[in-house]
Design a protein around this ligand. Structure first.
Ligand SMILES: [Zn+2]
Length: 238
């Protein structure tokens, strides 16, 4: 409910963008139509600086940050590029949570900067997928070897992490390769608390928490993390 209220209290940015575009288009047509310096000089200045040069641009709609970030380190702290909204779909009601590993080389560094650069490496590689048709890193959250939680793709947008099963599916990646390394205690605690928060928020039972290999034939999330997930789900409470 809180999320709904927040959204209702905010001015829809798309409406502002449309209003601005309509105003500037009208101004531009007027200028083109009469085309004399005299008329132009009597027009008021644009009410926002620099807007005139964007008159005929594709309008970029900047969506509000989703309220559901679980206190994660925000995307702005690691991503070196903007989201590409035209390559993403809006998130649908949440029905599943899926756990992944990144499957690259083993990764044990607990430095914040190492996790940030690894996330950026993943984002860049995801942007190249399917001929460059991905709008951002595919996962919604990431957990590093120190147990930090990072915001990846904002929950406003559907993820891209389980082929053909991304609708309403939150993707959580544990950074590292759990075929080649073991999940440490800090990561295990972070996975548990993240799942607990998401399950509570979206009213999901444990049966809706899956690993990638439970959807499709893949080694992801690796033997060690798969075993850890079986253990987490076997407990009465996480
Ligand atoms: Zn996976």
């Amino acid at each position: 409910m809180a999320q709904t209220n927040n959204e209702q209290n905010q001015i829809d940015p798309s409406k502002i963008a449309i209003a601005r575009r309509a105003f500037m288009l009208a101004s531009a047509l007027f200028l083109v139509g009469c085309g004399t310096k005299k008329v132009a000089s009597t027009l008021p200045s644009p009410i926002w600086p620099g807007a005139k040069q964007h008159v005929l641009d594709e309008t970029v709609i900047i969506l509000p940050e989703p309220t559901m970030t679980l206190g994660a380190i925000s995307r702005g702290n690691w991503a070196k590029g903007q989201l590409i909204p035209r390559h993403m779909n809006r998130m649908l009601p949440v029905r599943y949570i899926t756990i992944h590993h990144d499957g690259m080389n083993a990764f044990t560094s607990t430095a914040k900067s190492s996790a940030a650069s690894r996330l950026e490496t993943i984002r860049k590689s995801h942007l190249r997928r399917d001929g460059g048709r991905w709008g951002d890193i595919g996962y919604h959250f990431a957990i590093d070897p120190a147990g930090r939680l990072w915001q990846a793709r904002p929950l406003t947008w559907q993820g891209a992490h389980v082929r053909a099963k991304n609708e309403g599916n939150i993707g959580v990646v544990v950074l590292g390769n759990y075929e080649r390394q073991s999940v440490n205690r800090a990561q295990l605690a972070a996975v548990s608390s993240t799942l607990q928060s998401l399950m509570k928020k979206y009213k999901l039972p444990m049966s809706k928490v899956r690993t990638h290999q439970e959807w499709a034939a893949t080694a992801c999330p690796g033997r060690s993390l798969q075993q850890a997930m079986v253990g987490i789900r076997g407990r009465k409470q996480i």
